[in-house]
Design a protein around this ligand. Structure first.
Ligand SMILES: [Zn+2]
Length: 247
């Protein structure tokens, strides 16, 4: 069996067999990987810390015929702050779920790896839901799915009406005249302006952005629908979080 190294984040973890876990990793070198962490549900397992959700670790993996196995997991960062409050746990869960549904196995994307790692660190300080929106927009950019936000996608006209309309089918925003019978989500132009900033602003500046409840709902709901339609999967953690950011 071949052994290989991976510098990776645990993005999914589920029970497997009697005492094992099947974990999904997003690695710098190989992109998304799946491996069995044997015996980690036993209290005395030494690999427990390295294989928990969100952990960033140095992995040594065995290449198996059907499934790879974790041989070693040396934690670099456990992101304790992600477990300290529910908003941060649910936000980080929504982010890694989006990463999972938008990627295929073993397709390296070092930029996406760095982006994800950076946002897990940034969740320590940033408004968690703002970080989630900023992460989703940047992930979509790297995947080639960023909604077009400069002018109406159809006619190129100004997006300055009372409402603007996000359409996954059109791949961006539409003006009132162009939305026709498409499935769209209506937003205030102020929410669109903030969405642009969440996408463009450097990390330090995201911290200075502000939104009200209405903008937060509009941005998070529209991004959820947009990503679900683009990646053709439901975002369960994102939806679970709506109970909190809709309050
Ligand atoms: Zn138009």
């Amino acid at each position: 069996m071949a052994v290989y190294q991976a510098d990776a984040i645990v993005i999914r973890s589920r029970e497997y067999g009697e005492s094992d876990r099947l974990i999904t990793l997003f690695s710098r070198e190989k992109g998304k990987l799946e491996a069995v962490a044997k015996g980690v549900r036993k209290p005395k397992s030494t690999q427990r810390g390295g294989t928990q959700l969100f952990t960033y670790a140095d992995f040594l993996l065995y290449r198996g015929k059907t499934l790879d196995t974790v041989n070693q997991a040396q934690p670099r960062e456990n992101f304790i702050h992600l477990w300290d409050d529910f908003d941060r746990t649910i936000t980080a869960s929504a982010m890694v779920e989006l990463l999972d549904i938008s990627t295929v196995r073993e397709q390296p994307d070092p930029e996406l790896f760095t982006l994800t790692l950076s946002f897990l660190f940034l969740l320590k300080h940033l408004d968690p839901y703002m970080a989630q929106a900023a992460y989703a927009l940047r992930l979509m950019h790297l995947q080639g799915y960023l909604p077009s936000m400069e002018g109406c996608t159809e006619c190129g006209g100004d997006l300055s009406g009372e409402q603007v309309y996000l359409s996954a089918e059109a791949g961006g925003f539409l003006c009132a005249a162009c939305k026709n019978n498409r499935i769209v989500i209506a937003l205030n132009p102020g929410s669109l302006a903030l969405m642009r900033q969440l996408y463009q602003a450097d990390f330090v500046k995201i911290d200075r952005l502000r939104w009200n409840k209405k903008m937060r709902q509009e941005i998070l709901e529209s991004l959820c629908h947009y990503c679900e339609q683009k990646f053709e999967r439901k975002l369960l953690a994102w939806r679970q979080g709506s109970e909190f950011w809709n309050k």
